[in-house]
Design a protein around this ligand. Structure first.
Ligand code: ME8
Length: 512
């Protein structure tokens, strides 16, 4: 097989408190895409990590009476533990305090300075500390930060600047020539109209008023602006400018940076300009997804309107959480998170549709044929629709994943599962079982059901891996490779199914 690579990243998260379900959302979606591409034969690199520098962290650490490094170490350990419990299959977890990252950022800064893209000046302006963002007066909304609505402070200090203005024309040309670079499209127009057209001001890229950051090597009272530091993670993680650039040469440019909508502008303005200045290819795509909101407000650490995601995992199990995150909200739009919706989704799709189908089919095969699989091919017209729909997934599911429409990919699969449930109702195996002359027809019906379940489970490995594994165990098959989903009929005659294993419990909504 041709060696196809796929490099996908999440944003690196601020470790200012425990992570919430909004962070899990992005990380689960990227995980499903990464798993899917691996399944489809790609050599995948999935990167996530933590963005550990900046004034905000320094302040939090001071409040907690510990050093910034001690402060972040504890949170990072916790985050890794959370990702493990959600089955996140990252290939690397980068921390911006990693030595290799620090060195890489210092080299980038020096190169940009040496070639004149960074220069020294004086910064006077407005700064939002929680967002680590500089704003101009005209960008404020009611005098407050347009992203989080909080107070901004006037700051004035000697600083280094990145010449964004030099690159505005090249950037717009790049957007025009690469229509897939920013998705969804609405975010592109927003960038051009709100940020680029009014004129790109040079960006302040160093600070002197605090020291929890990467020192500028040639002027060490300055630390590198946290966004320049953070964005570099996507290449420092691959060893860019290190002694060993093998990973960088293999995986760069990124196939997709998945980011929340409020940080698209950093990824489609500052980041491409840094890369242009460094003479490196730009990422193929920046995808700005929406937020999970509760009662109209973004779920956020600082608003404190969230539960620890582990509580949800304990209450509902990991795959219902994964499934909900992937299925409920079209990727790109905002979506309301509610436990009620999670419960309804679980009951309707995982319990009624998938769980029921698997349980009925395995139990009937156990009951009627002691679990022995056999396909005498006594086919009827009604079988063709189910078989064709199952085979069609081989084109439909990868196409949806390539468009990052993971919810629609799942919908395709669950439509087939629904069809299989209906096929049971239509073929009435319990009636066939009573008729001695219909035993081969009964075997064929059960075979078609088992094979539909197997093929759907091949895809489900990317989305709800624990459940897919449980199903394969029951089917007692090793045919779980992607290519095996192309051919209806691989489940071998003579296979003896294992005992039915309960997949999901119906969740009752508790009345208060
Ligand atoms: O922005 N729903 O970090 P961050 C969906 N360190 N997504 C959400 C969300 C919600 N309720 N809340 C947060 C940063 N997110 C920087 C990134 S990348 C070089 C540096 C998403 O921890 C948010 O949209 O504040 C963002 O994409 C990500 O979590 C990290 O947010």
């Amino acid at each position: 097989m041709e060696n196809k690579k796929f490099y996908i990243t999440t944003p690196i998260y601020y470790p200012s408190a425990n992570f919430h379900i909004g962070h899990c959302y992005t990380t689960i979606v990227c995980d499903a895409i990464a798993r899917f591409k691996r399944l489809a034969g790609y050599d995948v690199f999935y990167l996530t990590g933590t963005d550990e520098h900046g004034q905000k962290i320094q302040k939090k650490a001071e409040e907690a009476g510990v050093t910034p490094k001690e402060y972040v170490d504890e949170i990072v350990a916790n985050a890794k533990d959370l990702w493990k419990s959600l089955g996140i299959s990252y290939d690397k977890f980068i921390r911006t305090t990693d030595e290799e990252h620090v060195e890489c950022v210092q080299k980038i800064f020096k190169q940009l300075y040496d070639q004149g893209d960074i220069y020294k000046g004086e910064y006077k302006g407005l700064y939002c500390t929680p967002c680590e963002s500089f704003w101009t007066e005209s960008q404020l909304v009611d005098g407050k930060c347009p992203d989080c609505g909080r107070e901004v402070n006037e700051v004035s200090e000697e600083a280094y600047f990145l010449k964004l203005s030099n690159y505005a024309d090249r950037l717009i040309k790049y957007y025009d020539e690469h229509p897939d670079f920013i998705e969804p499209l609405s975010r592109k127009n927003e960038m051009i109209n709100n940020f680029i057209k009014p004129g790109l001001e040079d960006l302040c890229v160093s600070r002197t008023s605090f020291d929890w950051g990467i020192p500028v090597t040639f002027d060490d009272k300055h630390v590198v602006y946290v966004w320049l530091d953070a964005l570099s993670n996507y290449i420092s993680a691959l060893g860019y400018k290190s002694d060993d650039e093998t990973l960088f040469n293999k995986y760069w440019p990124a196939d997709v940076h998945v980011v929340g909508k409020e940080i698209v502008r950093f990824h489609v303005i500052i980041w491409p300009i840094m890369l242009m200045a460094l003479g490196i290819e730009l990422p193929k795509k920046v995808f700005g997804h929406g937020w999970l909101v509760i009662n109209g407000g973004k779920i956020s650490k600082s608003l404190g309107n969230y539960k620890d995601p582990r509580e949800y995992i304990e209450s509902y199990g990991v795959d219902p959480i994964r499934y909900y995150a992937l299925r409920e909200v079209p990727f790109g739009s905002d979506g309301v998170f509610s436990e009620e919706a999670l419960i309804n989704r679980t009951n309707a799709d995982l319990v009624n549709n998938l769980g029921n189908l698997v349980n009925r089919t395995i139990s009937m095969t156990k009951k009627y044929f002691e679990g022995m699989v056999n396909n005498p091919r006594v086919n009827e017209e009604i079988d063709n629709d189910l078989i064709a729909s199952t085979e069609r997934l081989f084109e439909a599911v990868p196409a949806k994943v390539d468009e990052l429409k993971v919810g629609e990919a799942l919908q395709e699969i669950f439509d087939v599962l629904k069809k299989a449930n209906k096929y049971i109702d239509d073929t009435t195996p319990w009636i066939l079982a009573k008729d001695e002359t219909k035993q081969d027809r009964l075997r064929t019906v059960l075979y078609n059901l088992l094979e539909t379940i197997r093929i759907c489970s091949v895809y489900l490995q990317a989305f709800i891996p624990e459940t897919a594994e449980k199903i394969f165990r029951q089917l007692n098959t090793d045919d779980k490779e992607f290519e095996s989903a192309k051919i209806f009929g691989l489940l071998k005659d003579g296979t003896v199914l294992n005992e039915p294993e309960h997949l999901f419990d119906r969740i009752e909504i508790k009345e208060d």
